[in-house]
Design a protein around this ligand. Structure first.
Ligand code: SF4
Length: 149
């Protein structure tokens, strides 16, 4: 939810990571892999021991505050649960607006849903787009304030 893709470093072995399930592609001069990550099972990294360099180094803002003793683990878990509820609301609205393929990044699906023509014959289309805009705004604010570094 935090990023649309993650950059590989020179030390990362692309073909080995692809065999493990990462969808690697080029963005400009950089090799990146798409998010949501194909190696995330909803709770864990399925290739934790072999994960890319950026994944090994990354700590979200929430984890940094817990590590520094500025936030309890219980409070961090509450924030994670809150973020998951917001993601679920956004997902539900995306589904209602026809964005059923969950493989693109959430931000890409949001842009697609919001740029689709409004179906004036539908009682719900414009209403769902308005709700999606509000829910996505709340989710992005939470991610920015609590998770990004
Ligand atoms: S830590 Fe694992 S699941 Fe998460 S982005 Fe990296 S490879 Fe994917």
């Amino acid at each position: 939810m935090l990023f649309a893709d993650v950059e590989l470093r020179k030390s990362d072995r692309t073909s080995a990571l692809e065999k493990l399930g990462l969808a690697v592609f080029k963005r400009g001069r950089h090799r990146v892999f798409a998010q949501p990550c194909g190696c995330f099972d909803g709770r864990h990294c399925a290739i934790y021991e072999d994960r890319p360099t950026h994944c090994q180094a990354f700590e979200c803002g929430l984890l940094q505050r817990v590590s520094a003793g500025k936030l309890t683990a219980a409070a961090a878990l509450k924030t994670i649960a809150q973020a998951k509820r917001k993601v679920a609301r956004v997902e539900s609205l995306l589904q209602k607006l026809g964005e059923e393929d969950a493989s693109p990044a959430l931000t890409e699906r949001y842009v697609a849903a919001m740029s689709a023509p409004v179906d004036l014959a539908s009682n719900h289309g414009p209403d769902h787009q308005g709700q999606l805009m509000r829910q996505m705004g709340e989710l992005m604010e939470l991610l920015e304030v609590k998770f990004r570094t």
